[in-house]
Design a protein around this ligand. Sequence first.
Ligand SMILES: Cc1cc2nc3c(=O)[nH]c(=O)nc-3n(C[C@H](O)[C@H](O)[C@H](O)COP(=O)(O)OP(=O)(O)OC[C@H]3O[C@@H](n4cnc5c(N)ncnc54)[C@H](O)[C@@H]3O)c2cc1C
Ligand code: SF4
Ligand code: SF4
Length: 1017
Amino acid sequence: MNAPHPYTSQAGDFDSLARRSTEQLAQLTQQLQRHTQGEVLVSQADRGRYATDASIYQCMPLAVLVPRSEDDVVSALGICRELNVPIVPRGGGTSQCGQTVGAGLVIDFSKYLRRVIDLNVEQRTVTVEPGMVLDHLNAQLKSHGLWYPVDVSTSGQATLGGMAGNNSCGSRSIAYGNMVHNVLGADAWLSDGSLLSLGRFDQSQGAARHLGERVQQLALQLQPDIERHWPKVLRRVAGYNLDIFCNQNVRPYTADGSVNLAHLLVGSEGTLALTRSLTLQLSPLPRAKVLGVVNFPDFHSAMDATQHIVRLGGPHLSAVELVDRTMIDLSLQNPAFAPTIRTALSPHINHGQPAAILLVEFSGESKDPLLPHLRDLVTLMGDLGLPGSVVEMVDDSAQKNLWEVRKAGLNIMMSLRGDGKPVSFIEDCAVPLEHLAEYTDALTEVFARHGTKGTWYAHASVGTLHVRPILDMRRDGAVKMRAIANEASELVRKFKGAYSGEHGDGLCRGEWIRWQFGDKIHDAFGQIKQWMDPIGLYSPSRMIDPPKMDDERLFRFPSTYRVIPIETALDWSAWNVTADPVTETVSAPGTGGDPAQGFAKAVEMCNNNGHCRKFDAGTMCPSYRVTRDEQHLTRGRANTLRLALSGQLGTSALTDPALWETMDLCVSCKGCKRECPTGVDMAKMKIEFTHQYKQHHGYTLKDQLIAHLPRYAGLASQLAPLLNLRNRWSWLARLTERLTGLSAHRALPAWQSTHAFNTPTPGVDIATVLRAERGVVLFVDTFNGYFESDNARAAYRVLEAAGYTVHVAHRPDQHLCCGRTYLASGMVDQARVQVRQLIDYLLPLAQQGIPIVGLEPSCLLTLRDEALQLGLGESAHEVARHALLWEEFLDREHQAGRLETLRSQLTPAQAPFLLHGHCHQKAFDLVSPIQRVLALIPQSSTTLIETSCCGMAGSFGYDAKHQDVSMAMAKLSLLPTIDKHPDAWVVADGTSCRHQIDHGSKRQALHVAQVLARHLD
Ligand SMILES: Cc1cc2nc3c(=O)[nH]c(=O)nc-3n(C[C@H](O)[C@H](O)[C@H](O)COP(=O)(O)OP(=O)(O)OC[C@H]3O[C@@H](n4cnc5c(N)ncnc54)[C@H](O)[C@@H]3O)c2cc1C
Ligand code: SF4
Ligand code: SF4
């Protein structure tokens, strides 16, 4: 386990704090529970989830408070003061330098304290609580034509309190400045409990005025030192903003030259005060943007050209952002990003394989006046010897997609497998533009000397390029980190840059503050800390008395990090690899030395960037969307698994009940599989976990009922009238709930006496389909076959009408099943048996190239996903290559011009369609085929519902314990949208989605096959 934070503060020695922790924790917990309404989290797992942020560090807090109100914060402050427990404030926890990692009480502002307090559209100001997320604020401002323009890449996760804490900077800082340039005021609690209102110095009174005068005096005394040592660049975020009284930034901190005392808090990283509210300067939302993507044949020329592009830019230039070759390649390997990045590549440079691209954006009131700027850019690049290098993007959605890829930069890089990862410690040094090319060349050489390399991207316009050398922190990473930092700092000094230019100081750059500013200014920072937090209660041992950046006692992966050996049920060997940082070659699967056979390494892919804390389009992560709990977040789950696998939650590894709680609300939607930039696939991890857990704790009756459903369904269907009484007699439903845990408030799928498996199988036999010109195999799953056999018939009918020779997969002696119910229950061995039988049946057909189509997304896609990790060899891959969803197959055929017969038979639509995509369809990017197939129906119009998971998710929503969460997921957007469209036909391919819709809106949703069949002549 990691050591507790080893540093001392006046508020308490963390070592002794940890030794006293049982007593301390009991007192703290008791008092917080008694005097606050907030959530008090004290379990080892809860604390572990708050022990990390997006940095390389880890430090167990004593406890976590999630305050529900300001009063809770004030009470907690009093309690901590009394007990001498340090406070570490936290927003989204996306800091990269360990700012939110610390012993003491972590206060998470992000869950409840996230309101807009006051919006003044005329004055263009807004006052917000600190836990408000930037994107959520901007969504509220949009209708007023306003936005808050500090557009950090983590805009969907970053809270305004955290952004102010770090003095964050966005991609468009060249036009709008950093956080410090856009904060007008702050109310904050000092550690003595007093509330300070910080704003314009000349209008300040009382304690704020007094503080301002002291800081002013200090600044005036030190003016010559400030002028000598302060980097003269836009991007300097180290230390406290002592220069508000003699501004050294290339952009004035205020429009009118006044001094604003709130700027003292900006960038103070929670070390001076707890922010209660922030007043922000808003900007008009640019109505139009155009983008020129400049492709470069080599990296140096991109760096050299930046200064010329910035000079050309003028007032409409809003961004110049770099993406280098490695990142282009990684994006091309990512299914979500590949199509977008291709749109940015010019065929005229290195045959479409540029060494780097610069995204050059111009913004203004309308597009037309911006177009000449694009033309000037094209001319400039021609003059610089690069004709044909600019891809012009005027279309808004194309630009938006490309910005998403750029914003995912760090995450894309972190998708490297193996223990070597890009490490943040010199990732945001800022140098003047005229030195950018020389600086990047020199630093690249430094990396090479230390046997590593870095990927360059981000804010070229302001000389802040992100670069992270790939280091293995469990082995020689710390030594290399120190050596590289030393050499990088020399370069920064040579070019008169800022060592800390964007992400803050935290644990990794605190020690460089003295280096950057000299002793006197550093001591002045200590003085400011002393004035504002004399008892050292707030995030001690950071900007003042910081630890060494390479103190491995603070690492998430110290050299002592060990993984508990486990025998995995699924094959995780693809993650069990090592990668060479220079050549990027990856060793063979299974050779990475993971005692958990690759499972631990898969879990460790989560770098804590927090991208899963999102509410926008996409699926990830539905359980967090309704609970807003760190525990019920992909990141929270990955952290808990990591802690368990490395013995930090005790010796019981994956069998601890705390793990069950964490994994319980994961609906296995696979949203993270697609949307987590580092590819954390929690649905698959849940199968492995459930297997491990249930092996130890045993299976419940409910588990057995769900898992074995495909086996007993034939028998049960014979008792259909009897079993269906459960849905009619509420006392029986209640009794069933008591016996099985299946919610009495839900109707269970109704059994059919006559179903697809006890009526004559339509279609041809195997020999015939193998000979057929247009043969296809229809795989009827348990759910559509036993409960909604009309869907299977409809699918068959449409295929036949389209001219296909259909073979319906069946074995008289055995029900063919994909094993999904066993996988969901963690019975991996039984699932393997089922899948093997199915694959044995399908293999000869697949080998002859016959498409295998299925109706239920979660069943059919099992063949393309989990089936490949069951150790079934090449035959599983062969079948997977031919397995298609029914509509995916039709869409493919349509693209090939082979659906004319079907089209000619389709009658016009009778109503608009409202489409809900199943989560697994979304995870495999398979929603658009449904839209295209529906479009075959004459006069049809389809609206896609922007949904996350419907909340039913297989058997999840039937569980009485999940009923509320399940309905909350459905009510996020699915049910309200359906209610708004009473005349539409609701289309949903997932069995459980249809049941949830039926339950929540009393509307019958249809499988797309049914929709087409109902439109056949
Ligand atoms: C993938 C990725 C991309 C990023 N891109 C950018 C980028 O483009 N630009 C950029 O500037 N940064 C970037 N960051 C860093 C980080 O996202 C930003 O600094 C962000 O603003 C932090 O917001 P947060 O809510 O996560 O804050 P946290 O990380 O939770 O906290 C940040 C600091 O604020 C303090 N704090 C939080 N709440 C309070 C409060 N109420 N009172 C006092 N102090 C408080 C914390 O103690 C901490 O010191 C990136 C990080 C990642 C992982
Ligand atoms: S699970 Fe993925 S998206 Fe979430 S924090 Fe981890 S790496 Fe980021
Ligand atoms: S599978 Fe879905 S619910 Fe589970 S962690 Fe991933 S996004 Fe969240």
